[in-house]
Design a protein. Sequence first.
Length: 202
Amino acid sequence: MSRNVWVLAGVWTSLLRLAVGGGVLVLGASWLAAQPAQAQAQVETTATVYMMRHALAPGFGDPSNIRLGDCATQRNLNDQGRAQAVKAGEWLRAHGLDAPMLLASPWCRTLETAELLGLGDVRATAALSSFFQQGSRSDTTRKLQLELKAALQEQPPRDVVLVTHQVNIQAFTGSGVASGEILVLTVSPNGEFVAVRQRHVP
């Protein structure tokens, strides 16, 4: 093969490489351009929920004579826990939460934590009740999923904050939490857990 043929072959090879490279770049640009739409679709199929364990309440479990509505028969927040709940509320407001849907377990320590967040009205729900000493893990978790599904369907949409107990958070997310810790969750429209996106301890 003559030298000229080799040169021409080299030129065509270089052009082919350039064309292929250009194609990769074009595909890359197209892929990048498509990302916002794909990201938007992902946002539309999931939601953010803030799930918090009640603030510090020294002790373990509750007295055997516990009665809901009677805080004297329950384990309650101490001064450190109350200060922790206030700081948690400051963190949530700093992250843009304003008048969220605020749901809490009917235990005194969870209701007090939720109230001290300073984010508005608190609604007690059995879907967040502790099952540590009584109740069913599976039944309570299923109630929580249904509660979340209903909450996420409300219009106009609102941020959702849940204040509950260690055992409930462990059952729903698979993650252990410290007193007062907040998990920022991704959940499906059906109220099912998807992922933990962020953790914060006040």
